[in-house]
Design a protein around this ligand. Structure first.
Ligand SMILES: Nc1ncnc2c1ncn2[C@@H]1O[C@H](COP(=O)(O)OP(=O)(O)OP(=O)(O)O)[C@@H](O)[C@H]1O
Ligand SMILES: [Mg+2]
Length: 448
């Protein structure tokens, strides 16, 4: 019979004893979050026979390093690990299943399943949609003899795609709809609470102290305000999303395309006579070869709909080793004509998107998205700031970047004068003002 001897610090003890429906722990680096999460899951498995536990991290690599290997070490004489199911089976019938949710939709694999306890490690790496889906699986599984109130345990540091929802629920404690304050507990812990590190690894604390100011405030002192949240705080569903309407045939139309085998994101955009842009259709599909993506884009475009051009990322013009042809040539041969190279200046491009999201002088934003374009609407508010490049958006989670990139390419082809770099100003005129724009308003900088 194996034995586990534990010596939790004061905050970890509070975490173990919490009876809230949702208990979050941490807020800064190195406080002993992962240790506490692992031990809590083991204690629950040992103390509640036949309990079903799900422990998640965002990626498989993180899960293996952070939990599977350490759990295998601790549980070698206590529970059997089944690699194919990624789960630990205890003699009393309890089960700890380990999983990950790399892509947004990976969470759907848990739909219909039931876990009395769900542990979400680095919860700020999960989107709100994923968190919500998981709360639906957090229910009694029917295998336990004694009644057990389902619970979720979360650990987190500031930053990441889930920064805003985590901060709202656990730090700011602002609740909406059916959410009840008493269901949410937050135990704040810092590296200083972790006696193990303070004693054995004081250099780690010094490394945290040497971080740049904002990052230090977040990672050492758990300051949730020092991290910038959404990359596009100006995005607002009420303002930027509208019900579809029939686009008059004479409105100019063009497309923005971000192609990748992992995801083809294409947006169809129409220009109103006032110069307002309407994103009226999206294609969002993974696993398409270049020729298939081209065909799909053509298929989705009704015959007779005149698309003036499709602007795509410049790397589509790189020659492929296998065929000697560029992606653009392959797409062109598959029937997608009118392809144009996007101006891929990231920071300027995002500024252009920001400019369109802002209200114009008529009080209306420069862009509106039909509510059928659900991936663009989902991903725009999820984008976060890159921690290293000022004014750029973070490239992770990668899945949420495709639709915004397609939008960036598209809008950069119609960049408002005010946000273009100095050198480009003389050759371009675009204005939100006036009922009817000047002819050149419709010109694209890629035409030059
Ligand atoms: N009560 C404890 N007893 C023994 N070791 C502990 C205890 N708490 C934490 N540790 C050890 O301290 C180190 C850091 O802890 P842990 O990895 O859990 O921190 P963390 O808050 O998850 O860090 P990060 O922010 O980097 O994810 C690990 O080696 C862990 O095993
Ligand atoms: Mg950790």
């Amino acid at each position: 019979m194996g034995e586990i001897i534990i010596n939790p610090n004061e905050k970890q003890r509070l975490f173990f004893e919490s009876e809230a429906r949702y208990t979050a722990y941490g807020g800064a680096r190195g406080g002993g979050k992962s240790w506490a999460m692992r031990i809590k899951m083991i204690l629950l498995a040992l103390n509640y026979p036949a309990i079903n536990i799900l422990l998640l991290r965002r990626t498989l690599g993180e899960l293996r390093e952070n939990h599977i290997l350490p759990l295998q070490k601790i549980l070698c004489d206590i529970a059997e690990y089944r690699e194919s199911q990624k789960e630990f089976r205890f003699k009393n019938g309890s089960r700890i299943k380990l999983g990950y949710c790399d892509a947004e939709s990976d969470v759907l694999q848990y739909q219909g399943q039931s876990y009395e306890v769900i542990g979400l490690e680095e919860a700020t790496h999960f989107t709100y949609f994923q968190f919500q889906c998981l709360t639906e699986c957090n229910r009694v599984s029917g295998s336990m003899k004694k009644p057990f109130a389902p619970r979720m345990f979360l650990t987190a540091n500031p930053g990441g795609v889930g920064h805003d929802w985590f901060k709202r629920l656990f730090v700011d404690r602002q609740y909406r709809g059916n959410e009840k304050a008493e269901n949410y507990a937050f135990i704040r812990s810092l590296v200083f609470d972790n006696g193990y590190i303070m004693e054995n690894n004081p250099e780690y604390v010094e490394a945290l102290m040497a971080l740049p100011e904002k990052r230090r405030a977040a990672m050492l002192y758990g300051d949730w305000d020092s991290f910038e949240g959404a990359f596009f705080p100006e995005f607002c569903r009420e303002v930027h999303v509208c019900r579809p309407f029939k686009i008059p045939p004479h409105w100019q139309k063009f497309c923005g395309l971000d192609y990748g085998l992992d995801m083809t994101a294409c947006l169809w955009i129409a220009v109103s006579p006032e110069g307002r842009l309407y994103v009226y259709r999206e294609l969002y599909k993974s696993g398409l070869l270049l020729s298939e993506a081209a065909k799909k884009i053509r298929e989705v475009t009704p015959s007779g709909e005149n698309i003036r051009y499709t602007v795509a990322s410049p790397d589509l013009w790189n020659r492929r080793q296998e065929s000697g042809k560029s992606g653009a040539e392959i797409m062109n041969a598959a029937g997608l004509t009118g392809l144009k190279k996007a101006v891929n200046e990231r920071v300027n491009g995002w500024r252009v998107v920001r400019e369109y999201l802002k209200d114009g002088e008529d009080g209306k934003s420069g862009i509106c998205i039909f509510d059928c374009c659900e991936n663009l609407i989902r991903c725009l508010p999820l984008l976060r700031f890159d921690e290293n490049v000022k004014e750029d958006a973070a490239g992770t989670p990668h899945e949420i970047t495709h639709a915004p990139e397609a939008l960036r390419y598209a809008l950069m082809s119609r960049a408002p004068k005010s946000v273009l770099p100095e050198k480009k100003k003389p050759s371009y005129a675009y204005s939100f003002e006036g009922a009817r724009p000047q002819k050149e308003s419709y010109r694209s900088i890629i035409d030059y």
